[in-house]
Design a protein around this ligand. Structure first.
Ligand SMILES: NC(=O)c1ccc[n+]([C@@H]2O[C@H](COP(=O)([O-])OP(=O)(O)OC[C@H]3O[C@@H](n4cnc5c(N)ncnc54)[C@H](O)[C@@H]3O)[C@@H](O)[C@H]2O)c1
Length: 423
């Protein structure tokens, strides 16, 4: 429903009670964001700013939206993936927390983009993206709006790659902060968040036993390390496929078997791509996979699994369970694709745990504040999150766990800053 007095398009406003309970539960695990929200309520650093946020509509995102609203922003939220929207959360955000949401779980491509355009129609001054879809629209069909923008933030690796490509071509229309590149983001969210929630997605979708199975992880970046680590923890025999020799070497020394994807395809039971690249799992692999192989993706876009290649060898498709689609191949094998090749951790599970999103979204909130405060001094570039924000978030997170650490003495500080003090 989209009404004149209140602009939103969600599945069912009656789900707000459930959504609110789950949002408050997640909030208990997000002490850093809570601290920022309390300060924002007093200081209102985002007063008068309209923000178009294109993020997974989850309980953690809801707590970020509450924080931005507390800071004075008008928040318009659309989904960054058609399968990750939690409809009860969308309802609670509209009904209880004063955000305008355009997102419905399972929406088709047309509805997904209609919702992104609806957010852009609100003429934001700040964008907050997860995958650069709003930025894409603003640099394409709506480029006349670029002059209205004072800043933006980007959540994920794939989005940052797209922004840097725009910057390299001299086409970036306003300054954007690469939240993904903050250490308190990718060291933890990409590794521990994606690691845990991806395995959670595979297990919830299939209920297969991971112990003793061969899990093939394609891409050994921050996400891949986390997925491989957690699969190993479940007792899997983990095989890593890489294209970067350094990362491949790291995987080898971390104790994993490393081999080309086509070799891994012959022996793997479960395939998980986390590359940010297209065709990480493609026809040459489908051709040699064992019958019963399970294939999924936890990278940002569904291009990682080449679904056309799978379709080309498929004679029959059948739905086995929610998020599990069987493909019977011409030569009589069965290959099972999870969540239609979309982010398995968000489609079949609930995405990252709140405790890890606490840091990612603390970065988002502080990056937005920084953008609004300093936009006059910034150029049309991709900026890193300032180091003091990163350190402050780490400090707050440790404090919330009751963990204290040591401080450098003056003598140690001097030693570390000198070049002439040896043995
Ligand atoms: N599922 C989630 O919730 C979640 C969370 C964070 C990031 N992501 C996404 O996951 C993807 C990976 O992110 P990251 O931070 O690990 O990136 P990264 O750059 O650290 O790692 C990607 C790795 O994939 C490798 N690679 C690229 N193409 C390959 C190919 N064809 N075959 C094998 N290896 C290949 C690269 O060499 C690199 O080591 C991105 O799309 C990112 O946006 C998803």
């Amino acid at each position: 429903m989209a009404t004149a007095e209140k602009s939103y398009d969600i599945a069912d406003i009656a789900l707000a009670d459930d959504g609110q309970r789950r949002i408050e539960w997640a909030d208990r695990q997000m002490p850093v964001l809570q601290t920022i929200r309390e300060r924002f309520e007093k200081e209102r650093p985002l007063d008068g700013i309209t923000m178009a946020c294109c993020l997974h509509v989850t309980t953690e995102t809801a707590n970020l939206a509450r924080t931005l609203t507390a800071g004075g922003a008008e928040v318009v939220l659309c989904a960054s993936n058609p399968l990750s929207t939690q409809d009860d959360v969308a309802a609670a955000l509209v009904d209880r927390y004063g955000a305008d949401v355009y997102a419905i779980n399972g929406e088709d491509n047309d509805s997904y983009y209609r919702h992104i355009y609806a957010a852009v129609d609100r003429h934001p001054q700040v964008t907050m993206d997860d995958g650069a879809d709003v930025v894409g629209v603003l640099h394409g069909e709506r480029s006349e709006q670029l002059s209205e923008l004072i800043g933006g933030t980007e959540e994920t690796t794939t989005g940052v790659i797209r922004l840097k490509a725009l910057e390299a071509e001299g086409k970036l229309g306003y300054p954007i902060m690469a939240v993904n590149d903050a250490k308190t983001k990718h060291y933890f969210d990409n590794r521990y968040g994606t690691g845990q929630s991806t395995l959670d997605g595979v297990i919830r979708a299939t209920n297969v036993l991971i112990a003793g199975s061969r899990v093939v992880v394609i891409g050994y970046g921050w996400c891949g390390r986390g997925v491989a680590m957690r699969a190993k923890g479940h007792g899997a025999h983990v095989i890593v496929c890489e294209v970067d020799p350094l990362r491949a070497l790291e995987a080898l020394m971390d104790g994993f078997e490393v081999m080309p994807a086509v070799e891994a395809a012959k022996v793997g039971d479960i395939f998980i791509s986390v590359t940010g690249d297209r065709d990480a799992i493609a026809g040459h692999m489908f051709d040699v996979m064992k019958s019963g192989a399970i294939v999924c993706n936890s990278g940002h876009f569904d291009v990682e699994v080449n679904k056309d290649d799978l379709e080309a060898i498929t004679v029959d498709k059948f739905r086995v369970r929610p998020f599990v689609e069987g493909h019977r191949t011409k030569d009589g094998r069965e290959i099972f694709l999870l969540a239609d090749g979309r982010l398995v951790n968000l489609a079949a599970a609930e995405g990252h745990p709140a405790a890890v999103m606490d840091m990612s979204f603390a970065n988002q909130a502080l990056a937005a504040e920084h953008m609004v405060k300093h936009h006059d001094e910034l150029e049309k570039r991709v900026y890193p999150v300032p180091e003091d924000i990163d350190h402050e978030i780490a400090r707050l997170k440790l404090a919330s766990r009751g963990v204290e650490i040591d401080q450098l003495t003056d003598v140690q500080q001097k030693y570390l800053a000198s070049w002439d003090q040896g043995t």
